[in-house]
Design a protein around this ligand. Structure first.
Ligand code: MF3
Ligand code: CO
Ligand code: CO
Length: 295
């Protein structure tokens, strides 16, 4: 009898690593070690591919610009999903990447309050004081743009507002660490330091990622780490920075739906995400909203 599981191969390992982002068990099993990651492939985008990433990124940001006014008390998260789906497919002529991605049933992720990430849109209606992350990934002309923002539903609590702001700042200090010659640990360290300064915690089991023709490419972009460690950034790489910051402890739990990640202690959690290109001199954020593009 042949063994049930394929023997270990580099290809299988690389696939497993790509699966990592959405597979907590896998994340534990393949906890990143520099020696194993070194065999993985990181793609460098050509100028032509970079332009396609720019287009995909802008469209993903357009979806978030569009959905903001719909995020209000009384709306069900599945209504937000339906609106985004119609807009992505109908108006943008693009593909919502999450839909059917490893069995994910909807076109966006909506993560409310203590939901850390990968919340599945459903009948739950938003109420005043909720904080919600809307995470949008579109495919246009074969390339992915991935971005998420926090939205306040009505008036946020003091802690909800502070967590959302510190998470936003953490994402940006991470992005500002991006330049050729910098290393992934520099990004993670900047993010972690900023969040922990406010006595918040960084989720470890999920991370940012390379992105391009493939939704979750190498490398893994951890939101914690040590300066001057990890992969060196090179011009033409495209990665996401998407820290998940908890008001309480960093531990998370996966619900039985196989997707929804929540804080173990039920404390609030926030996340922001941009897709970023490493340029010759620094970085270019590909998923800026219209307000930030104007600035
Ligand atoms: N958009 C998420 C990310 O930032 C991934 C969602 S995967 C899904 O990488 F299947 F849950 F949609
Ligand atoms: Co995302
Ligand atoms: Co992402």
């Amino acid at each position: 009898m042949p063994p049930k599981r394929a023997l270990y191969t580099i290809a299988a390992h690389q696939q497993q690593c790509r699966d990592h982002y959405v597979n907590r068990a896998g994340a534990r099993a393949i906890a990143p070690k520099a020696d194993r990651l070194s065999s993985m492939s990181v793609t460098i985008k050509t100028p032509d591919e970079q332009e396609k990433m720019r287009v995909a990124g802008r469209l993903a940001a357009d979806v978030l610009d569009m959905i903001g006014e719909h995020v209000k008390p009384g709306v069900a998260t599945e209504e937000l999903d339906a609106i985004c789906h119609r807009y992505i497919v109908g108006t943008l002529d693009a593909i919502p990447a999450p839909l059917n991605y490893r069995g994910f049933p909807k076109s966006i992720c909506t993560s409310v309050n203590h939901v850390v990430c990968h919340g599945i849109p459903g009948e739950r209606t938003l109420k005043n004081g909720d904080i919600v992350n809307v995470d949008v990934t579109v495919i246009k002309d074969g390339f992915h743009g991935d971005t998420s923002r926090m939205f306040y539903v009505g008036q946020p609590s003091v802690i909800g507002e502070r967590l959302t702001r510190v998470c936003f700042e953490s994402m940006w200090v991470g992005i500002r660490a991006i330049k050729p010659g910098a290393r992934l640990g520099d990004i993670g360290h900047a993010i972690q330091t900023h969040a922990e300064k406010s006595r918040f915690s960084i989720v470890r089991e999920y991370c940012g990622h390379g992105i391009g023709r493939i939704f979750h490419e190498d490398p893994q972009v951890l939101h914690y780490g040590k300066p001057a460690t990890g992969l060196e950034l090179l011009p033409g790489m495209t990665i996401t920075v998407e820290p998940m910051v908890n008001a309480g402890k960093r531990d998370v739990r996966l619900l039985t739906d196989g997707w929804t990640v929540v804080t173990k202690d039920h404390s609030l959690s926030a996340q922001w995400e941009h897709t970023v290109l490493v340029t010759d001199t620094g970085f270019e954020v590909l998923t800026l909203g219209s307000a930030d593009r104007a600035a």
